[in-house]
Design a protein around this ligand. Structure first.
Ligand code: AMP
Length: 120
């Protein structure tokens, strides 16, 4: 899938749409999910134009990958969920239920996140 520069997170990165920012550096932005599923629900996105985890893993520089991975951990600590626990989710594509086609990781916590997936 090619990157759609008009997806909602690209527009947030360009400052066209506001967000409730929790973290930013040269490579990474994190903000509160607009429809939180748990008391803590933050989205972490790379600033580069990547669609999904596999796209990011294939095309991002080592520096971008390191910065993103470190930022996710830092943000989990800063949000106060590292001790009590949290879940990272990265939906990809149709079967993954991805709604916004800009790579992002959800950090969910602040309460029990529940079973990993429901049985089919
Ligand atoms: P996904 O299904 O993994 O693509 O998740 C997309 C997430 O983006 C959902 O949890 C939405 O609630 C969230 N979302 C959509 N629009 C916005 C927005 N403008 N600001 C913050 N979160 C958003």
């Amino acid at each position: 899938m090619s990157y759609d520069p008009n997806n909602i997170f690209a527009r947030i990165l360009r400052g066209e749409i506001p967000c409730k920012k929790v973290f930013e550096n040269e490579q990474v932005l994190a903000f509160h999910d607009i429809a939180p599923k748990r008391p803590v629900h933050v989205l972490v996105i790379p600033k580069g134009a990547y669609v999904s985890h596999d796209d990011f893993a294939a095309k991002a520089t080592e520096a971008e990958i390191a910065a993103f991975t470190r930022a996710v951990g830092q943000i989990a600590r800063d949000l106060g969920v590292a001790e009590s626990g949290y879940r990272l989710i990265a939906n990809a594509g149709v079967n993954g239920g991805q709604e916004v086609p800009h790579y992002h990781v959800h950090i969910l916590g602040g309460a029990n996140v529940g079973p990993m997936v429901s049985a089919k």
